[in-house]
Design a protein around this ligand. Structure first.
Ligand SMILES: [Zn+2]
Length: 281
């Protein structure tokens, strides 16, 4: 798919398993397990999925997936698995080398979004995309350095501090226009200053939902993750953004859905429903 000057590719960088109850908050299991069957530990399957935007001048990656070099216990708990999908092979498949990435837009710094921003050499984290400027919101970065006891299990300094030390992390305050085709929109329900990516031209809009709408089934307003620090804020953000997506026929891009990469939505009798869905874009 092409929007503005960018050709948009889907990159899948890995699989993981997260607690189904935590992924659906107050929604009862008999309702969510239809779309997200759980394993014996009540975990559901998620992917880490990215957009790669290619123009003549730029190769922009959105988020970096979980990345490697976790300890065995951590990998086991979260079912982190690269046997089916992996970042560097996925990039190689479309002829892109890691050092050719010019920009990495980081929606936020939870491990499954930032982990792949570094690789380890002799046990030391170094940037996986050394020539890229990495873009993050300052409030998210500050929070990541000093998270609450409730969400600190999602943050690992060694995954993002090296980017700052190398001088390749650029921080922003609030919504901003990245270029004529890309706008970054800040939301705060999931975590302070998560930035979502809207790519649009006169004909089409693609919207990278990140953890505002992690799985396709989360288009339903009350489907809100237990992980969110401010669930009512997430609700307001979805009620604000998703009707606009209907009106303007945006393609919503899902970072974590195991099957559906993107979809357009419409109003149904009992809330928002899908118009069309796509396994790749
Ligand atoms: Zn998150």
């Amino acid at each position: 798919m092409k929007i503005g000057k960018y050709t948009i590719h889907t990159i899948e960088s890995g699989d993981l398993l997260l607690d189904g109850g935590a992924m659906y908050g107050v929604v009862p299991k008999p309702i969510w397990e239809k779309s997200s069957p759980a394993d014996e530990k009540n975990r559901i399957h998620l992917k880490t999925r990215h957009m790669l935007l290619i123009s003549d001048a730029k190769k922009i990656l959105i988020d970096t997936g979980s990345g490697k070099n976790w300890n065995e216990k951590f990998e086991k708990i979260y079912g982190i698995d690269f046997s089916q999908h992996d970042m560097f092979p996925a990039l190689a498949k479309i002829g892109v080398k890691p050092d050719e990435i010019t920009d990495v837009i980081l929606t936020h710094l939870h491990f499954d979004h930032i982990g792949g921003a570094v690789v380890f050499e002799n046990g030391k984290p170094i940037p996986a995309f050394p020539n890229a400027v990495h873009h993050v919101q300052q409030k998210q970065y500050d929070w990541a350095l000093n998270p609450s006891d409730r969400d600190k299990a999602s943050y690992f300094n060694e995954r993002y501090v090296p980017l700052s030390n190398e001088g390749i992390l650029k921080q922003y305050n609030g919504d901003f226009q990245f270029d004529e085709d890309i706008n970054l929109i800040v939301v705060n329900g999931h975590t302070p200053s998560q930035q979502l990516v809207k790519i649009s031209d006169a004909a089409n809009t693609m919207f990278y939902c990140a953890d505002l709408v992690p799985l396709a089934s989360h288009i339903s307003f009350p489907f809100i993750m237990g992980y969110d620090l401010n669930p009512l804020e997430t609700l307001r953000e979805k009620q604000n953004i998703l009707p606009q997506a209907v009106d303007e026929n945006w393609h919503l891009f899902f970072e974590h859905d195991p099957k559906i990469a993107a979809g357009t939505i419409k109003h149904g009798e009992r809330g928002l429903i899908f118009d069309k869905t796509f396994e790749t874009i």
